[in-house]
Structures are given as C-alpha cells and as structure tokens.
Design a protein around this ligand. Structure first.
Ligand SMILES: *Cc1c(COP(=O)(O)O)cnc(C)c1O
Length: 397
C-alpha cells in the first residue's frame, strides 16, 4: 500500500465515518426479545432470578472458578470484593489504570499507595511492591492491564510471605489464562467488569470470582444490603445486584464471546504485521504461556523516532475519523483527589509516567474488518512519513 496524504495536509480522511476504539458484541435482537418475553412472563425482574442464576452458573464454568457472584457493574464488584475482606489501612495499587481502581480503595475507607509499573508489561511491578510494604499495608490490588496477566506467581509469593491478601482488578481480563490456569483463580478474589466497552459485556455488569468458595456467602450478603433473612441484617451491605434483563443480555453475548475473541486475535496479528517494524512504535510485552482475550490494541509512541508525539498522533488520527484513546492518561495519581499522596510523586512512578505520555489505543473489535485495520495501520504509518508537515500544521492551529 502506498502512503496517502494525511487529512491534516488536505488529503482525504481515511474514513468517512468515525471509527471508535471499541464496539460491543450485539446479539440477535429477536433472541433477546424472546428472553425478555420469558422474563416479563415470569414477572421476576431482579433479586437472584432464573436468568441471573443461569448466568452465574455458566460464568462459573466458563471462568473455571469455584464461584461467580454477578454485580450491577465492575466498580461495585471491586468495591464489594475489598469490603468482603474486612480491611483496614493501606492498599498498594497501580496508577496506570482506570480511576475506578483507586476509587474503590478510598470508598472502603482505605488509603491507596501507588507503586510503579514495569515498563514492558505495563503491570504493577512486584519488586517495587515488596519494597513498599509497611505494617499498614493490608492488601495489594494489581490490575491485569489490557488483559495482560500480572506476574501472578510473584504476587502469590509476596502474599504468602507477608500474609497480605491480593485482590485483582480483572476488569480487562475476562477469559485470560496463564499456563492453562484461568486468571480468576489467582489471589483471594478477582473482580471483572462486564461494561459495554470490555471484551465480554452485558451493557453494565460485573462479577467477583475466586478459586475457593470461602468468601462466596459474604459477597452474597454484602451484595444484598447484608440481609440474611426477614428478621436479620448482618453487615453493612449495598445494592450490588445484577438484574434479569442484563443477565439475559450477558447469556447471549457469552454465546458469541469465543468468536469475538478469535476475530480480534486475527486483527491484532494484522496490526502487528504492519506496525512491528515501524520506527518509534513499541508494544506491551506478553509473556509466553499467556492466552489473551484481545481486549485492546495499544501502541507506545516514541516521539523522537516516530516524528510525532502521542498527543499529535491522537489529534491527527481524529482528523482521519479514527478515534484513538489515551489509555491511561492521566495517571490516577495525577488526578486532584490523589495527587497529594506521598506515593503520587513522579519520581516514584517513573515508568507509569513515561507510559501514560506515550500510549495510544487503536480501534479493535470483532466487527472491524481486516481492510479497516490495514487502513488504520497505513494511516498511522503515513503520519510518521509526513511527520514534519503534520507537526507544522498542528502547531499553526
Ligand atoms: C472498566 C474498569 C473498571 C470499572 O468497571 P465498570 O463495569 O465500568 O464499573 C474497573 N477497573 C478497570 C481497570 C476498568 O477498566
């Protein structure tokens, strides 16, 4: 493919409609109508109905875990997972994540302590984490960033030596496995998000899972106001329930998830084929033995070698109708609510800071065609080829 003139230099935009970074799997509307008809017929819309129970059973099998408790969203799932452990003190986590991660720590009356990530995997660095453990540390909350598994063996080891529980934010990691072991079986608990932007979704939803069922009953209680029976409330629960309509949607999306993941996998390969050798682009390191879910495709842009900064590329792609996203920028530690923490200093978070200035997530979803992926990749390459002119135009705006 020959390089085309960027839209910013009066070329044609690569796309005549906006291409977003993701698109949800959409089930057959008639199949969903049939399921909702059955729900309406039963007049049972929420509170552990038949569809929710079926959804939890299927998820338990699919995720290879001892139990799966569904929630109304991933944030409530994570919030409740932390609450279930009865923690007090500080929770070590990553700043290179979605704001929900540290927010769930704060909403539990706990204090986030940010540690740096590894420059290659983008995940919390267990070596740095271990050095940051103090008597106040009550838990570690790593995130499997973009579905790339954390160094689960190292965290397991730290957890055992220090007697500190690990709770994984597995929002991105549905269906991921490490050396044939499912991601939800690591740590004390893992929380998934089933938001429409995640690879598996039910519009809004989430789940908490684990390899053993010791915390299952406690999660059920906390998810439903702490209500034990008609006469007893035990513990300060909330309303975290998933309803029947969302569970039904989840059941249908689950039927399509394997195909969605494999379509995305083919597109990721196609991106790599065209972009791996482009000067100034780098990618998240995935260790052998990992089965990914292809949640996301992110490039890391070195401004000097590529010719444009990440922000310039983001802007230029916008003019091509390619809507890329800066995941994750700003760092959580840079937000006003966290920036005064002792652990939020830039010198403490050098890798995360560098990454957040360089990363750019490109469109990736099963309904994207291979031709569209080629067009996005080639557009990115032409931006680098025309970098000098593009820089000038952007500066003059
Ligand atoms: C999406 C996301 C969440 C929150 O999930 P919701 O279902 O949107 O509430 C939490 N953590 C991470 C890392 C996420 O990306």
């Amino acid at each position: 493919m020959s390089s085309t003139t960027p839209a910013l230099l009066s070329g044609h935009a690569a796309f005549d409609r906006e291409v977003f970074v993701t698109q949800p799997v959409i089930p057959d509307p008639q199949a969903y109508a049939d399921l909702t008809a059955a729900i309406f017929e039963s007049r049972w819309l929420t509170n552990n109905g038949a569809k929710t129970q079926q959804f939890e059973r299927q998820l338990t099998t699919h995720l290879g875990v001892a139990f799966c408790k569904t929630f109304c969203n991933g944030t409530t799932a994570l919030l409740t997972a932390l609450r279930a452990l009865g923690l007090k003190g500080e929770v070590i986590t990553t700043p290179f994540t979605f704001p929900a991660t540290p927010h769930c720590i704060e909403w539990n009356g706990l204090t986030p302590v940010f540690c740096d990530v590894r420059a290659d995997t983008y995940n919390l660095d267990p070596v740095v984490v271990e050095k940051s453990i103090t008597p106040a540390t009550c838990a570690i909350l790593p995130v499997h960033v973009f579905g790339n598994p954390c160094d689960v063996a190292a965290f397991e080891d730290i957890s055992q030596r220090y007697g500190i529980p690990i709770v994984y934010d597995a929002a991105h990691a549905f269906g991921v496995s490490v050396n044939n072991r499912q991601i939800g079986t690591f740590g004390s608990l893992s929380a998934f998000s089933f938001h429409a932007t995640k690879v598996f979704h039910c519009a809004e939803g989430g789940a908490v899972v684990a390899a053993d069922s010791s915390l299952a009953a406690r999660l059920s209680l906390l998810r439903n106001f702490g209500i034990v029976d008609e006469n007893t409330v035990s513990g300060i629960g909330l309303n975290g329930k998933l309803d029947e309509l969302h569970a039904a949607l989840g059941l249908l999306v689950l039927e399509q998830i394997d195909e969605e993941i494999s379509r995305r996998g083919a597109l990721v390969q196609r991106y790599h084929l065209q972009l791996d050798e482009v000067p100034g682009l780098a990618f998240q390191t995935i260790h052998p033995g990992t089965t990914l879910n292809n949640y996301n495709f992110t490039v890391e842009i070195d401004a000097e070698a590529f010719g444009l900064t990440r922000d310039q590329v983001h802007f230029a792609l916008r003019s091509e109708n390619i809507i890329s996203r800066k995941y994750f920028h700003p760092l959580c530690s840079e937000n006003e609510c966290y920036r005064d923490l002792a652990s939020s200093t830039e010198s403490n978070l050098a890798n995360a800071t560098r990454l957040s200035e360089r990363v750019l997530s490109l469109p990736l979803y099963g309904a994207l065609t291979s031709h569209e992926v080629d067009l996005i990749a080639q557009t990115l390459i032409s931006l680098s080829e025309y970098a000098g002119d593009v820089r000038q135009v952007i500066r003059s705006l």
